[in-house]
Design a protein around this ligand. Structure first.
Ligand SMILES: Cc1cc2nc3c(=O)[nH]c(=O)nc-3n(C[C@H](O)[C@H](O)[C@H](O)COP(=O)(O)OP(=O)(O)OC[C@H]3O[C@@H](n4cnc5c(N)ncnc54)[C@H](O)[C@@H]3O)c2cc1C
Length: 430
């Protein structure tokens, strides 16, 4: 017996979960079914995330999505459901080269004060063990690294627990009546003619105005969809979309995280490095885009490199972290600017993918009047924008032009689409 539903959401990552919840609340009498190939929600890239959040983006759409999603998360916490939000801030450690890059972004954020503040090099040294004078060192010459001129601290930022965000959406959507089918992979999407089926080979033909009518699952079951199918399958979406001539217009790029235990001088950074009163040092973005994310509770740091040119667009399955990448691409920069890391080796690692869109902003659109919605292109910031993306995807599925974000701001659904897109290249992709 096929599963018959009004809406089918493919993928129980943070985007699929938020979309399902908003669909159910905007169209309460409808049946919403989420299918996920893994045994639990959040087991794709959502579970691989560094789960950092910030309210600052250079593009308007990304700022609105992040601001509203973070406002929701704050209220969820106020209502007593902890998401592990730690308002430790983002600290951009600037040499002259990075300063130029960040300056462009900061200009869009307005002046120093409410959104960001300047941190003197002496404070970076004292509290975070950052070496600011490096240019006299031989390694600096090899790395093309220069002295640190200061830091920019963004206070309205920090990190949270992605698993708790998943738990929140999973709990709320089940409470609202969303149904889940786990360990069921969509093998292919089904097309049917809107007009009468004639029983001819090769149907549906374009003149029969085909629509996506459901999906075939690895379990042998099929799903029949009366209203819309929403593909929220992250970096795997193109595997089911491309065979029917649809694309996400985003591509997977591998991202790796290395865990370093905080012992000795690194432990001191955890203890002294709090700049916001949150109990944790900030997320540190070093020159050459090495990211250091403190994990106070597990007494470690998670280190990542934000690499662009040279990192191919490929879907590696399963993605695994490369030790030599840490040793050769990350460690030289890390130990130059933060000498306490020089002796430390990773005690663990993992890897996932960013779903990188062409302008760094999410993509939500309906191709060819197909009853199919594509929701992805989260470009490494899907946790912090999920609620906004979910609302836009749900609104598009309901045929609305505009949706209200959690903050009350009005958001045009077409801003994330291909026609009517507010196309501003996001500059602060980390
Ligand atoms: C190393 C790393 C660090 C990151 N750091 C941050 C950060 O600090 N802050 C932030 O906001 N974001 C961060 N991100 C990005 C964030 O994790 C993603 O933007 C977000 O998780 C994307 O959610 P999603 O629901 O689109 O995809 P996913 O979580 O990948 O969900 C897609 C789901 O679809 C399922 N699926 C796929 N194909 C099928 C199929 N055929 N049938 C059924 N199910 C299917 C998958 O199993 C998966 O569960 C990071 C990502 C990585 C990899």
């Amino acid at each position: 017996m096929p599963i018959i539903t009004d809406y089918l959401v493919i993928g129980a990552g943070v985007v699929g979960l938020a979309t399902a919840l908003h669909l159910k609340s905007m169209d309460p009498r409808s049946r919403v079914v989420v299918v996920e190939r893994e045994a639990a929600p959040g087991a794709g890239d959502t579970g691989k995330s560094m789960a950092a959040f910030r309210t600052i983006f250079t593009s308007r759409v990304s700022s609105m999505l992040a601001r509203s999603t973070i406002a929701l998360y704050q209220d969820v916490e106020k209502r007593g459901f902890s998401l592990g939000m730690t308002w430790a801030g983002y600290l951009f450690v600037l040499d002259n080269e990075l300063k130029k890059h960040v300056d462009r972004g900061l200009r869009l954020l307005g002046g120093e004060g409410e959104n960001w503040e300047w941190v003197e090099p002496s404070l970076l040294e004292e509290r975070l063990g950052i070496r600011t004078q490096v240019s006299h060192l031989e390694e600096a010459d090899v790395l093309g690294a220069s002295d640190v001129v200061g830091g920019v601290l963004v206070r309205k930022a920090g990190f949270l627990d992605a698993d708790r965000v998943v738990e929140y959406y999973f709990r709320e959507s089940r409470r609202a009546g969303v149904e889940f089918v786990f360990e069921a992979e969509v093998e292919r999407l089904l097309l049917e003619p809107r007009r009468e089926r004639l029983g001819l080979e090769g149907e549906p033909f374009p003149w029969q105005e085909p629509r996506v009518s459901g999906a075939l699952l690895s379990t042998g079951d099929s799903v029949r969809v009366k209203k819309k199918t929403i593909v929220a399958a992250g970096v795997w979406a193109n595997k089911i979309l491309n065979p029917i001539g649809v694309d996400t217009f985003s591509r997977p790029k591998k991202r790796q995280v290395f865990r370093i235990s905080a012992k000795g001088r690194l432990a001191e950074i955890l203890e002294r490095g709090d700049l916001t009163g949150s109990g944790s040092p900030p997320l540190i973005i070093l020159p050459k885009k090495v990211l250091v994310r403190p994990a106070v509770r597990e007494r470690s740091f998670w280190v990542q490199l934000s690499d662009d040119l040279g990192r191919p667009y490929t879907l590696e399955e399963p993605p695994s972290a490369e030790e030599h990448y840490y040793n050769l691409a990350i460690h030289p920069v890390l130990s130059l600017y933060m000498p306490p890391f020089s002796e430390a080796a990773p005690s663990g690692s993992w890897a996932g993918h960013y779903d990188v869109s062409f302008d760094g902003n999410p993509i939500v659109y309906e191709p060819y009047d197909s009853d199919l919605i594509v929701a992805g292109g989260t470009s490494g910031s899907g946790i912090m924008k999920a609620d906004g993306i979910g609302r836009v995807a749900a609104a598009l599925a309901l045929g609305l032009d505009e949706v209200e974000l959690y903050t009350g701001e009005k958001f045009r659904v077409s801003w994330l689409g291909l026609e009517g897109r507010l196309c501003e290249k996001e500059l602060l992709i980390l």
